[in-house]
Design a protein around this ligand. Structure first.
Ligand code: FES
Ligand code: CO
Length: 327
């Protein structure tokens, strides 16, 4: 598998903590690699889903105390991945190389983040993108997803930062087909990412009064597969943190945290339903895009003036050296 060093040494969400019951082993996928997650006490482990003895799938095994036991010959591994028991013998100490490949894994924002890299700088969990509203108790937050896209994660991310599709794909939700003009907005690329400021979008009901009006979005692209935006809404603010699991070059999962400091009386179910509808409107379009991988050669597709966000994104990915999920 040809994984570029940028995505390989980056943190990616692989599962929601709420979806990991105790004492269970959860198979997950990241960058084409089959992994498993399991927990011992407060610790979450992300391992290659292969037993070093005969290559059986460890996720078919079980958690036994603070060990994970392989389903084939019963070898037991401690949370470090080291084999501590070979049931076929009563005495021999398992050899040091009877060890499962373990990856760096941390919990953040209710998600389990995994890094397949090996260098210390890459593995600093400070590199996990900030979710600015996370610590602010005035914001009500809920996690939506995972949403599965049969496409490159980079195509899905580019869709997230594309506003000129709102009146067409999300007419009546995020846009209005009678208000399709896109005014100029500011794009700033720096060493750490891209800021998109002052994107104005006409929305059918920005204030909850049933009257259409203009809304201003400000986006930040933190990492190739993580971005967020904030917009003013109903006297308060709505923040959306979008992060993508690259399962394969042409398959990904999208996770969305919504944070809002207004509308306490709006039922969470209604908000989720709205978000679910919007994403389900996007998915068939993104999945229809050809090629499925994002073209980084700027001459490969034809751009409009309103595509500055996508142009900056493609240029930045190219400069970083991202190749996974691109063409
Ligand atoms: Fe896992 Fe033999 S393959 S114990
Ligand atoms: Co959309």
């Amino acid at each position: 598998m040809n994984i570029d060093p940028i995505l390989k040494n980056d943190w990616h969400p692989v599962a929601a903590v709420r979806d990991l019951p105790d004492e269970t082993i959860t198979p997950v996928r990241l960058l084409g690699e089959e992994l498993l997650l399991w927990q011992s006490g407060d610790r979450i482990m992300a391992w290659q889903d292969i037993c070093p003895h005969r290559g059986a799938r460890l996720s078919l095994g079980k958690v036994c105390g603070n060990t994970l036991v392989c389903p084939y010959h019963g070898l037991a591994y401690n949370p470090e991945g080291q084999c501590v028991l070979i049931p076929a013998y009563s005495t021999p100490k398992p050899p040091p190389n009877m060890r499962v490949k373990a990856y760096s894994c941390v919990e953040r924002y209710g998600l389990v983040w995994v890094n397949l890299g090996e260098t210390e700088t890459a593995l600093s969990s400070d590199k996990i993108p900030p979710f600015l509203e996370w610590e602010d108790a005035n914001f009500r937050k809920f996690l939506c997803g995972p949403f599965r896209y049969q496409s490159s994660g980079l195509r899905a991310m580019e869709n997230f930062i594309d506003v000129s599709h709102f009146p067409f794909v999300h007419d009546g939700f995020l846009g209005d087909v009678n208000h399709t003009k896109v005014s100029t907005y500011e794009v700033t690329t720096d060493a750490e990412g891209i800021s998109l400021n002052n994107l104005k979008v006409w929305q059918p009901d920005p204030d909850g009064t049933g009257i259409g009006g203009e809304v201003t979005y400000n986006y930040r692209i933190w990492r190739p597969l993580t971005a967020s935006f904030a917009k003013a809404a109903q006297g308060g603010k709505l923040g959306l943190f979008f992060t993508i699991t690259p399962l394969e070059e042409e398959m990904c999962l999208g996770w969305m945290w919504i944070a809002m400091n207004y509308g306490q009386d709006i039922p969470e179910e209604d908000l989720r339903q709205f978000q679910e509808t919007v994403v389900q409107q996007d998915i068939p379009i993104v999945e229809s895009q050809r090629p499925k991988r994002l073209p980084l050669d700027l001459t490969a597709e034809v751009h409009l003036a309103c595509d500055q966000s996508a142009i900056a994104y493609r240029k930045w990915l190219k400069r970083l050296g991202v190749t996974y999920g691109t063409v």
